[in-house]
Ligand binder design. Structure first.
Ligand code: SF4
Length: 230
């Protein structure tokens, strides 16, 4: 299967851009709130992360120095709606320790002056931060030019025969980055549109192809009994 530049990806991007228009992702009033949200939404719906963020705000913990000094069990209780709250409290603590390492107080200050790859390595070295979370923070909180791959990306592209469902994260990321215009707003809008498409039409078990905006522009290569199980 070809995992280099693929013109069909740009075709999909343009179709989704026309369908959805500006989506103004990611929700959050500051880079710190976006970074905290990216950790809280791991393995859960965004609506649950939102509830946890609201409780963090009420508790006065929406800053990394505050998270660093918070009582661990109080922090876990505060973010309970996000699920896996004990683990996520540890992740927030580890992330806050990295942010505040040099007396910095915000993620923007901590990453200031770093190249994208330097910043990415720093984030990936934090316990509990994988590539999807790191790249979401880099793209949406700071504005680095990097594409975020998630389950929706893989599901949609694999159902269209562009990649296999088990393609590695980095392979997908580089393939998309090679295939669409290389700028931050485009990466931002395309990832957001794929998430909306996944939620609106390309459901995990039964995709709603008859109403999907991609059905009319893309030939379907969906493999029944394979991608449907994901
Ligand atoms: S719903 Fe159907 S047409 Fe739309 S992205 Fe999924 S597989 Fe493709």
């Amino acid at each position: 299967m070809n995992t280099a530049l693929n013109p069909r990806i740009e075709n999909i991007r343009q179709t989704l851009q026309k369908h959805y228009g500006p989506l103004n992702w990611w929700p959050g009033d500051s880079p710190d709130e976006i970074a905290i949200g990216a950790i809280l939404t791991q393995n859960t719906a965004w609506s649950n992360a939102e509830k946890a963020i609201a409780r963090i705000k009420t508790a006065g913990l929406l800053s990394f120095p505050a998270i660093l000094s918070a009582n661990p069990s109080d922090l876990a209780e505060t973010i309970r709606p996000s699920g896996y709250f004990n683990q996520k409290a540890k992740k927030l603590k580890a992330f806050a320790k990295m942010v505040c390492q040099n007396g910095n107080e915000t993620i923007f200050q901590r990453l200031s002056g770093k190249t994208r790859d330097e910043a990415r390595i720093l984030l990936l070295n934090v316990w509990g931060i994988g590539m999807e979370t790191a790249d979401a923070i880099l793209l949406y909180a700071i504005g680095y030019r990097i594409f975020v791959v998630d389950d929706y990306t893989k599901r949609i592209f694999s159902r269209h025969g562009i990649l296999s469902p088990d393609t590695e994260y980095e392979t997908v990321r580089k393939m998309v980055e090679m295939s669409i215009p290389a700028n931050t707003p485009t990466y931002n809008a395309f990832h957001a549109a794929l998430v909306h498409l996944g939620k609106d039409f390309c459901h995990r078990k039964v995709p709603d192809c008859s109403h999907c905006p991609l059905a009319s522009t893309e030939n379907l290569f969906r493999q029944r009994g394979n991608s449907d199980e994901r």
